[in-house]
Design a protein around this ligand. Structure first.
Ligand SMILES: [Zn+2]
Length: 59
């Protein structure tokens, strides 16, 4: 069992899980804003253009 530091709720840790993932699951359900902040970094990565596409149909 763990305790959420944001809302103080008791987080149940399923058998075979460690506390980390269980807490993260709770955060996704109860505090998605907190998790999305972490995602902002990934969005920046997506903004980086991938390799230029070769033109198809250029005969
Ligand atoms: Zn919480």
């Amino acid at each position: 069992m763990a305790e959420c530091r944001t809302c103080g709720a008791t987080i149940e840790v399923p058998e075979g899980w460690s506390v980390g993932p269980a807490v993260r699951r709770h955060y996704w359900e109860a505090h998605p804003e907190r998790m999305q902040k972490t995602r902002a970094d990934k969005k920046a990565e997506e903004a980086i253009p991938s390799a230029p596409q070769s033109r198809a149909g250029d005969r």
